[in-house]
Design a protein around this ligand. Structure first.
Ligand code: BGC
Length: 761
């Protein structure tokens, strides 16, 4: 294997098991299995199926930690091969990101001195998302004797398993069955009554054929169990194959046990290797489009691939009722909820490398529109109000209470006030459309969301008679350090953009197909007076910009807050909390993450370089980066305004978020937005990709001195455009005739040729 495609762990330390479980999670969009070690019980095992949510007695609806099919216990005579009760002689784990396979090799010594070598590989199939498999090659190194192999599906699993106060059980057991051989456990969620079935079968392969002969099956309460008694000989290798299959009542109307059996027997007939090869083929196909090559900087190359690997593993196009959670399918952080992280941070990756998945993610919002409309009604507004935190029905699921930095209970206002999510979603639709020109999507799904969100904004703004302007008061912008603020620039500008685009789209659809326009007017309840009202708001909505200074005030009154400089940086070169001099955090100008800068990035073509520079200077110096969403955006803006040194630093911070755990909470799941930010930082930042006012694709790349090459592919209007940047030139090729601008000059790229543009002009 090639080190640039690998993530390794060479020492075993149970203290970091939970963190490593996130890093080594395998997922295929349908489900994620945390990278737990079968032979340890220290950690926080997780088996999450996208779209399976339940509340029960939990604070809010949360992604369900489903029954655990990964359990495999080994015993030599009367000793357990549990790693925590043995001496670890050798330990090595490798995630092969190219193939999507996790290898764990270990040698463990029992208290009585018996040494066993166990080599394992595991995959969660991208070929058939219901399947996963593992192989264990077991070699007794210094003994012959009895080995007991216990295959278990553990239905005693809870969410928050390490938190006695919040521990919640989200399902009941429906049925435990003997597959003879193999075991199955069917459970059902408590609120929505979604049934789920897990089935596993072991196959034993040794020189003498199938060594799994003496078997017993038992149902132990909430646990399915089969055990084999095997006589093993010193220095002989016994290979176990484990076949796993999962279905839920969301996938099929047929009887789950029948569907499971049919699939698992076919899986076994085909063989583990065959499924593994198909799985690897799928990963290879994905990588063909999404890989980014950086030559000359191994850390950047490996780290970027790590982020792309996980980002890609969190989604597939097979289910339009699911999206990507803030912590992926990798942990229970943020309760499996979906935020703006998806549309603003992750979606661009899919738009440009796998548009089918991008469309599916946007259809999730379309399918949850009814919930969003209910939120608006519940809060006294019109149209659709998307939830700040979303689960399976579009209703707001943000918890009302949490714990602050000092461990005190704190009211969480984001679910009540972080309205910008509505424009973020509309922007995601626009980004998908302008890149793919998928008219069918826009006409049948996207427009409805544009109109419903515009209608929401029109009901949310307040008219200030005295100043003859529309305002949006009492909100939270992207920077969550400041709550209940008035006229947040990001929110107001984006709401305006949302309504402006909706008005443009009214004109567009009238021309394209008036019958669609008429249907939408009836469906949303719109007429000419609404469009006039939108236009009036667009003209009069207050945008807090100080023209003379080019500086944009984050919200009304922000500049009057105490300006406390950041003076110290930690060993990761990240800001250390300054002394607040008796002020509260929200009385200072310190930011959690970019706010004004976010908007200047998303709508970059509407602002000039002087404005970008002035605001970057001002806000970068006041940002604490207390969200993993922060560094990538400063990296991109840094490159746009010429702060290349910081841009590189922020890029490395972003790609290393989970590899070095620089936010200190990787154990709760992957920082999904940061994986998307990593891709954006490479392609929009160093690759310099942007879309200009004429809706053309442009590149204005810059690469660090130590990079020999930066090379990536993007989908642009049905062509795949390859861009390779070296210190001297930019090479562009495309599968279809495409017009691109490079450093502001226009080029027509023909499919047969590579266009080479010098960087030294
Ligand atoms: C950030 C939000 C983000 C959320 C989920 C918060 O800490 O401030 O912008 O959406 O985490 O990742």
């Amino acid at each position: 294997m090639n080190q640039l495609w690998e993530i390794n762990q060479n020492n075993y330390d149970s203290k970091i098991n939970r963190k490593k479980e996130t890093v080594f999670t395998l997922a295929n969009g349908y489900r994620g299995i945390r990278g737990a070690i079968e032979f340890s019980d220290i950690g926080e095992r997780g088996n999450y199926i996208a779209g399976i949510f339940d509340k029960s007695e939990a604070q809010v609806t949360e992604i369900v930690n489903c029954p655990d099919p990964l359990v495999l216990n080994l015993y030599v005579e009367d000793e357990s091969l549990n790693i925590e009760q043995c001496e670890v002689v050798e330990f090595n784990r490798t995630l092969d990101m190219k193939a999507g396979v996790l290898y764990t090799d270990l040698q463990i010594k029992t208290p009585k001195g018996k040494i066993t070598k166990i080599e394992t590989k595991r995959f969660v199939s991208r070929n058939n998302v219901h399947r996963w498999g593992a192989q264990y090659s077991i070699t007794p190194l210094n003994y012959s004797g009895k080995l007991f192999i216990e295959n278990v599906i553990n239905g005693t699993v809870t969410n928050s398993m390490l938190d006695p106060f919040h521990k919640t059980k989200h399902f009941n057991i429906e049925e435990i069955s003997d597959l003879k051989p193999g075991i199955a456990l069917q459970s059902i969620t408590r609120d929505d009554r979604i049934s789920m079935i897990e089935g596993t079968v072991l196959k034993g392969i040794s020189e003498d054929g199938n060594f799994l002969k003496n078997r017993k099956f038992r149902a132990f309460g909430e646990t399915a169990r089969e055990i084999y008694e095997v006589f093993v000989n010193e220095n002989k290798t016994y290979t176990l194959e484990k076949y796993g299959v999962t279905y839920t009542s969301r996938d099929t109307d047929d009887k789950l046990s029948n569907v499971l059996k049919e699939d698992i027997w076919q899986f076994i007939d085909g063989g583990l290797e065959s499924e593994l090869n198909l799985h690897i083929n799928e990963w290879n196909k994905l990588w063909e489009n999404m890989d980014i090559v950086i030559e000359g900087d191994d850390l950047a190359q490996q780290g970027l691939r790590f982020n792309i690997f996980h980002l890609s593993s969190m989604a597939y196009s097979g289910d339009e009722r699911i999206s990507i959670a803030a912590k992926g399918l990798h942990g229970e952080g943020y309760k499996g909820h979906v935020f703006w992280d998806t549309e603003i941070f992750m979606l661009p990756f899919f738009v440009y490398t796998n548009p089918e998945v991008a469309k599916s993610l946007l259809l999730y919002r379309y399918n949850l529109l009814e919930g969003a409309k209910k939120n608006a009604v519940n809060n006294g507004y019109k149209g659709a109000q998307y939830p700040w935190e979303s689960a399976s029905d579009g209703l707001e699921v943000t918890p009302k209470w949490g714990i602050d930095y000092d461990g005190n209970p704190v009211r969480i206002w984001t679910g009540d006030e972080e309205f910008h999510i509505n424009a973020d979603i509309a922007f995601g639709i626009w980004e998908y459309y302008r890149t793919t020109k998928d008219k069918d999507f826009l006409q049948n799904y996207g427009l409805l969301i544009f109109f419903e969100t515009a209608k929401f904004w029109a009901s949310r703004v307040e008219y200030n008679k005295e100043l003859d302007r529309f305002e949006i008061n009492r909100v939270i912008g992207p920077d969550e350090f400041h709550e209940h603020v008035d006229n947040n620039f990001y929110t107001n500008y984006f709401a305006k953009w949302n309504m402006k685009k909706a008005v443009e789209l009214v004109d567009w659809i009238k021309q394209e197909d008036n019958s669609i326009f008429e249907r939408l007017c009836v469906e949303v309840g719109l007429n000419d007076s609404d469009f006039d009202q939108w236009k009036n708001i667009i003209n009069k909505i207050y945008i807090p910009v100080d023209e003379s200074k080019n500086l944009i005030e984050q919200f009304e009154g922000y500049f009057k807050l105490k300006d406390i400089p950041i003076t110290e940086y930690d060993e990761n070169q990240m800001p250390v909390w300054p002394d607040f001099q008796g002020y509260k955090l929200d009385e200072t100008q310190l930011l959690k993450q970019p706010d004004v800068i976010m908007l200047l990035l998303l709508l970059g073509s509407e602002f000039d370089d002087i404005t970008k520079k002035a605001n970057y200077r001002y806000y970068e110096a006041r940002t604490m980066h207390k969200s993993s969403l922060s560094p990538s955006m400063y990296s991109i803006m840094g490159l746009s305004v010429g702060d290349t040194e910081n841009a590189y630093k922020y890029f490395i911070k972003t790609i290393m978020t989970d590899l070095e755990d620089n936010q200190g909470n990787t154990e709760h799941g992957i920082h999904a937005a940061s994986t998307g930010g990593s891709w954006q930082s490479a392609v929009f930042g160093f690759g310099g990709l942007y879309i200009d006012e004429e809706q053309e694709i442009c590149f204005s790349p810059w690469i660090p001195e130590n990079w020999n090459t930066l090379s990536f592919n993007v989908n642009w209007r049905n062509s795949i455009v390859n861009v390779t940047i070296t210190q001297n030139d930019v090479k562009i090729s495309s599968t279809g005739t495409t017009t691109v601008k490079v450093y502001n000059n226009s080029y027509t790229i023909n499919p047969v040729d590579t266009t080479v543009i010098s960087r030294n002009n």
